[in-house]
Design a protein around this ligand. Structure first.
Ligand code: ZN
Length: 513
């Protein structure tokens, strides 16, 4: 009796925190989409107040007492939803309360100064001007990691924010063989491959037509527009605002229709995950207990989130089976440019592997190499094995070694990403972890849903979505990302499925055996 009531009080408390958070999300979404620019300064005030109220509530000692009460009343090592919620609430609470307030404000100041310095340094190709700011951010980030660390490597404490329970040493054990095998594949393609015809990618398609096609695809895949929206922003994103309300955005470039299509399918993959979390009747899944506001109603990690977006964007959207389904609709909704295309010609055009300098413009074939280089460098920066004075040279060496490209200037090298100026360290590896989870899940999906290609070619996405709902979405944070993948696939996370997935589509596409 007591146990139920303490747990109930904890649930009620966390739901109120989630409600405040949702209010902040709506404000943020509005700011990025429809707010007139004149509203910027008052919106900053609204957002700051909501953020402060939320932070006060989620770090309030009252919450700590409720968690401690539940811990004394139930065994948190159990596999039940209740145990997982208490365990994860403890993790979140500890992370928020272990860092002293003055360190939080020093970090915020250093980050904001570093972001300004980074923008100028990138424009002027002037790494030395950014370097002292980077040193300050790194120093404070190390201090923060020291507060959070539980023995072991400092970097792990940073990683834990984005990828709970992941360890840098385990990631390295998967990344090292992956990097070599992908680097060999990319070099073989560059030296011996015949590139596919990609002319269709440059057809000029009006934004309104692209939008009609993107919406049609999202709806066909199972994204609910009664419980979600699609709007336009400079930087696309997807936000699970509240139960029954998932907002995604995209952008349209008339000279590059794949930008919007694959951007939309990517955010839609995030959106389908958010729409599949067990958020009770309001979410159309009345058979599961409502986890709104509780950890088991939240996505487990950035890597797992990214696995969902990449699965729809790449494994589905870039497949020949998808184009069997989508081509007639592309012809109907986007017109002329597609009249002489076939499913194989489109699948060939959208699967490339061209080494390049800029991560955000990299194709699926080369993307992970960009990420793994950053992981290795930022880990060495945190451990002290690499100084910022040697960063540029170390960056350029690795680009030469693994991608075979010469970095002409820091602007196209170690100054290209915003992450480090923000103090976002431990974030990069989640992109490749996402691809690793994706490929491993995809292999299991192909095994479990034998004729998945035929289903996709007929536009039947429900069995795939149902598989993802059952194995991934409905569990929220009940299991760690690695456990979820292991439960779904029967195996620990391994580099093999990703290498095989990329080899099996890229080699034939470049005429290699
Ligand atoms: Zn994403």
């Amino acid at each position: 009796m007591t146990s139920a009531s303490t747990y109930q009080r904890l649930s009620d408390y966390l739901r109120e925190c989630a409600t405040l958070h949702a209010v902040g999300n709506v404000l943020g979404w509005d700011q990025e989409t429809y707010m007139p620019s004149g509203g910027a300064s008052s919106r900053a005030e609204h957002a700051a107040l909501i953020a402060r109220l939320h932070h006060e509530r989620v770090s309030d000692p009252k919450l700590g007492e409720l968690i401690a009460g539940c811990e004394s009343e139930l065994d948190v090592s159990q596999e039940t939803i209740e145990a997982a919620n208490v365990r994860e609430a403890r993790r979140d609470y500890d992370r928020r309360t272990k860092i002293p307030a003055d360190l939080v404000s020093r970090l915020a100041e250093a980050r904001s100064a570093a972001q300004h310095a980074w923008k100028d340094a990138r424009t002027n190709n002037d790494f030395p001007a950014f370097r002292p700011h980077l040193d300050t951010v790194l120093g404070l980030t190390r201090e923060m990691a020291t507060c959070l660390a539980d023995g072991g490597e400092l970097y792990d404490a940073l990683l834990d924010e984005y990828e709970p329970d992941a360890k840098a040493a385990d990631i390295e054990a998967v990344f090292t063989p992956l990097r070599q095998r992908l680097s060999d594949l990319i070099k073989d393609i560059a030296d011996n491959g015949t590139p596919p015809n990609t002319n269709v990618l440059h057809a000029n398609i009006p934004a309104a037509k692209q939008e009609a096609f993107g919406r049609f695809v999202a709806e066909s895949c199972g994204f609910s527009f009664e419980r979600g929206r699609l709007d336009v922003t400079v930087h696309p994103f997807c936000e699970g605002v509240a139960p029954g309300d998932t907002r995604m955005t995209t952008r349209y470039r008339e000279d590059s229709w794949t930008d919007a299509l694959y951007g939309t399918m990517h955010e839609m993959g995030h959106g389908l995950y958010e729409q599949g979390l067990p958020l009770g009747e309001r979410h159309g899944r009345a058979e599961l207990p409502d986890q709104h506001g509780l950890p088991c109603g939240e996505a487990v990690s950035l890597g797992m989130h990214e696995s969902q977006s990449r699965l729809w964007e790449n494994a589905i959207g870039r497949s020949e089976a998808f184009w069997h389904f989508a081509l007639p609709h592309a012809q109907r909704l986007m017109g002329e440019a597609f009249s002489d295309q076939t499913p194989p010609s489109l699948a060939a055009a959208v699967n490339t592997a061209t080494p390049s300098l800029i991560r955000v413009e990299a194709d699926e074939g080369t993307y992970n190499l960009h990420v793994m280089i950053r992981f290795e460098l930022e880990r060495a920066l945190i451990s002290g094995d690499l100084s910022t004075g040697d960063l540029s040279a170390a960056w350029n060496d690795r680009y030469k070694e693994f991608l075979g490209v010469d970095v002409p200037r820091d602007r196209e090298g170690c100054l290209q990403d915003v992450h480090w100026s923000f103090g976002l360290i431990g974030y990069f590896p989640t992109y490749t972890l996402g691809n690793l989870h994706m490929a491993q899940l995809w292999r299991a999906i192909r095994r479990d849903l034998g004729d998945i290609d035929a289903q996709v070619a007929r536009g039947e996405f429900a069995p795939l979505l149902s598989w993802l709902r059952t194995h991934i979405h409905q569990h929220g944070r009940r299991y760690s990302a690695n456990e979820l993948t292991k439960r779904a696939t029967g195996e620990d996370l391994s580099p093999d499925p990703l290498v095989e997935y990329l080899e099996s589509k890229l080699r034939p596409n470049y005429g290699l055996g």
